[in-house]
Design a protein around this ligand. Structure first.
Ligand code: ATP
Ligand code: MG
Length: 292
């Protein structure tokens, strides 16, 4: 399938899975500064969608707009087929329980332990009794590969990688269907980042998650993303990496075809020849397995 833009929200995905997120005609602006203009974007159920683009192109703003922290100037955002602007307060709250977010700046509460951080969304969105919450917290802590005693530590007592995992555990506190991850591997060493990628891939398969992952990490894109969205000119171009390599846009060419892109492709065992339309990452996208 070719790179889509403009009408990307309508373009069918090869998996045939229905979109869980559809954005059409999105415009966001701060004062006179327009960040997204007539942007279309859709994410299929069960896929890991990478989001890349130069610094300041609006990746974090896109995530914050989808989850309702920024009000769009125009456009429609539908999640699970529901237009977010038409939801009642109760429906909005229920919808918010269906997604988990790992913000770019981590944003764990520094005065709360990891367990208390994970408990915050549980207390806000569920009526679970304290004993059950405690049991669930233990499950989430182990799910993200943290040792049990990490639950009782404060963020400052954890390594950067452990903090990322704790943030992920909090994002998963409510059994989310969609995960939004903003630069989840930034600041991690390459092995820590690779392990985090493996964790995201495993969780996607085990829990049937749909993941939208903003990243600068080319290795992550090759390792786990089915498709990639590139923010250019206030819109997104969407495709597999090999499809995007055929795009003439200079930023895309530099990003995937530059030294770092070629190194990442090399370690992922992919070709980076321009405009080939064959080979490359994403031609055989990983699909979620059912069960377990
Ligand atoms: N609350 C805000 N008020 C005004 N301008 C904002 C606000 N949030 C973001 N911006 C501006 O919107 C633009 C996009 O910001 P955003 O944080 O989405 O960039 P980004 O693509 O995530 O960059 P990076 O890769 O550095 O994280 C920037 O110019 C930023 O200054
Ligand atoms: Mg950002």
């Amino acid at each position: 399938m070719a790179v889509s833009e403009g009408n990307g929200a309508q373009a069918p995905h090869p998996s045939g899975a229905p979109p869980v997120l559809t954005i059409t005609g999105l415009r966001t602006q701060f004062g006179t500064s327009v960040i997204h203009d007539n942007l279309d974007f859709s994410v299929q159920g069960g896929e890991i969608m990478g989001v890349v683009g130069g610094s300041g192109t609006g990746k974090s703003v896109l995530v914050r707009t989808i989850i309702g922290l920024i009000k769009p100037a125009a456009g429609r955002i539908a999640v699970f087929g529901r237009d977010l602007t038409t939801l009642s307060q109760a429906e909005t709250k229920a919808m918010r329980a269906r997604w988990g977010v790992l913000f770019q700046d981590g944003a764990l509460f520094s005065s709360l332990t990891v367990a208390q951080n994970i408990e915050v969304p549980m207390m806000e969105h569920s009526n679970l009794p304290p004993e059950l919450r405690r049991e669930l917290i233990d499950v989430k802590v182990s799910m993200v590969g943290l040792p049990p005693d990490a639950a009782h530590k404060y963020p400052a007592e954890l390594s950067g990688g452990m903090r990322k995992r704790a943030g992920l555990a909090r994002a998963l506190a409510l059994d989310a269907d969609i995960l939004f991850l903003d630069e989840p591997t930034a600041g991690l060493d390459p092995i820590g980042a690779a392990n985090f990628d493996i964790l995201i891939g495993d969780l996607r398969r085990a829990l049937g998650l749909t993941v939208v992952m903003v990243t600068h990490d080319l290795d992550s894109l090759y390792a786990i993303c089915d498709r990639v969205s590139v923010l250019v000119n206030k819109r997104v171009k969407v495709g597999t990496i090999s499809e995007l390599m055929g795009e003439p846009d200079p930023w895309i060419q530099d990003y995937f075809g530059g030294p770092r892109g070629r190194a990442a492709a090399g370690s992922a065992g992919q070709e980076t020849t321009k405009n080939t339309g064959t080979g490359g990452a994403g031609t055989a996208p990983m699909r979620p397995e059912t069960g377990d």
